[in-house]
Design a protein around this ligand. Structure first.
Ligand code: MN
Length: 494
């Protein structure tokens, strides 16, 4: 791979970029890594080029792509982050530095797991583009993982499955989540992977053929019904998500219960056309009612929207259809990254996120509006999503998404009412804190319980910041009052 390949990719993805800067960064990285080899024996520079290419494919902006080219320079060469700052400026050196900081955490055991997650979320809150670069970096490292010693292979693959892929999923970047998982799967669960491949080998081929047949039929039907400019293809389900599905009790490892090994995906122009297409399909073939899902009316928490339906084909072989608009498709594939596509061209068409979603995802709407009004915002985007929210961790690494200034009592009630009602103090990052002290993003919070406590303290109502905590405190207090009264009454009666 070389500079020309990058330029080609930039054309394909219609990215606005200053070619002089790109060329300069390319030469700079090449010179810095000169003489270095990857464990695969190829020249080191191949790796940052592929990382940059991936970032272009995700449709990210110039600074991110340049930072992708330079991402291993401070760590692996004698050029420092200050050199990068001098040559490429503050913004790019900030991104490169973010990556360098992230790579300092190695994943070993639970403590490191929490630490690793913590760093990811903190980086995300500072500038989400750092995390995109990290994803691209990891994706390429997985590609060449075979060259590493087995122990390292497993550590990196496991970290990807447990930390990177879930974050990609949460950010709604379906393409990344799927490839991160599928590349890690064989290293983390080699036997399970082998089993899956054996199990689906014939089945997948069989289903591919059926889907191809149906593509022809659907084409005809849509034409007859005057639906234009649609796209249709067969999407093959990712291995790891298929494996996890098979493991669910409902499927019980039975491949014959899986109808979306290969699904038929139809991308149309409007929501009306989605339902229209659904009607056309249901009119032609018998649907399985319990398999119909309207994720347009009720989007998944990460913003995913589509109509899913399973129909019986003539030979009784069920297949799944997924129907969505182009915008929904972009959101499904690129999630938050989709917003970078619209920097210069066509901002009006930027995908909108709607429905009941996580609070921070909802705020994307607000950001989009700001992007429309302010061209420079993207360059310093500190996704506001994260500005009113903090991410704190349980000692086991579960992430809690809370509003700013939330306290340990909020945290306790978010985990469990019992934990809140018996709150006896909190240890944050190893130190005891007072109950009204606000938590910060990245804090690891351990709740101390007081089993003798009869219930919440009324003054907590002035301390907590979340509705959940307030509501739970009030209902516990009420219950407590009622109990006391009824106890008094029954004592009187005695
Ligand atoms: Mn790298």
């Amino acid at each position: 791979m070389n500079l020309n390949d990058l330029k080609k990719q930039i054309k394909i993805n219609k990215i606005n970029i200053d070619e002089d800067v790109l060329e300069y960064a390319y030469e700079y990285a090449k010179e810095a890594h000169k003489g270095q080899k990857r464990l695969t024996k190829e020249d080191y520079i191949e790796h940052p080029i592929r990382v940059a290419q991936q970032l272009i494919k995700l449709g990210l902006d110039q600074d991110t792509i340049i930072a992708g080219l330079l991402h291993d320079v401070p760590e692996d060469t004698d050029r420092t982050i200050n050199d990068i700052k001098k040559e490429f400026g503050e913004k790019i050196s900030f991104l490169v530095n973010g990556i360098t900081k992230l790579s300092k955490v190695k994943y070993r055991g639970m403590d490191m797991f929490v630490e690793s997650l913590r760093k990811m979320f903190v980086a995300m809150a500072e500038d989400i583009r750092v995390v995109f670069i990290k994803f691209a970096d990891r994706l390429d490292n997985l590609e060449t993982l075979y060259a590493l010693p087995p122990e390292k292979q497993k550590r990196i693959a496991k970290e990807t499955l447990e930390i990177y892929a879930p974050i990609a999923a949460r950010l709604g970047i379906g393409t990344l989540k799927g490839s991160l998982e599928d590349k890690s799967f064989p290293y983390v669960y080699p036997d399970e992977y082998k089993w899956l491949m054996e199990t689906i080998k014939d089945k997948r081929e069989e289903q591919k053929k059926i889907v191809e047949e149906y593509i022809v039929k659907i084409n005809q039907l849509l034409k007859e019904n005057h639906i234009k400019n649609y796209e249709i293809d067969g999407r093959v389900k990712h291995n790891y998500s298929l494996y996890k599905k098979l493991m669910r009790p409902k499927y019980n490892k039975d491949i014959n219960k899986i109808y979306d090994l290969v699904a038929l995906r139809i991308i149309v122009n409007s929501i009306e056309e989605c339902y229209l297409t659904l009607g056309i399909i249901h009119n032609q073939w018998k649907p399985m009612p319990e398999r119909f899902k309207d994720y347009i009316a009720q989007p998944k928490p990460n913003g995913y929207q589509s109509l899913h339906t399973v129909i019986f084909t003539q030979n009784k072989h069920p297949i799944e259809f997924q129907i969505r608009t182009k915008k929904m498709h972009e959101i499904a594939e690129y999630g938050i990254a989709a917003h970078f596509h619209y920097k210069d061209s066509n901002k009006k068409n930027a995908p909108k996120i709607s429905g009941d979603q996580l609070a921070w995802l909802k705020q994307l709407k607000k950001i989009q509006k700001e992007i429309k009004e302010n061209d420079t915002l993207l360059e310093t985007i500190k996704l506001d999503i994260f500005q009113n929210r903090i991410f704190v961790f349980t000692p086991k690494g579960d992430v809690m998404d809370l509003p700013e200034k939330a306290t340990a009592i909020d945290f306790a009630y978010h985990i469990h009412t019992y934990l809140g009602d018996h709150f006896g103090g909190a240890i944050v990052n190893g130190k005891k804190i007072s109950e009204d002290e606000p938590l910060k993003s990245g804090d690891v919070v351990e709740i101390i319980t007081n089993k003798n406590r009869k219930g919440p303290d009324e003054k907590w109502l002035d301390i907590v910041k979340t509705h959940t905590a307030k509501y739970k405190i009030k209902s516990s207090l009420n219950r407590h009052k009622k109990n006391t009264i009824s106890r008094l009454i029954s004592q009187e009666g005695d």
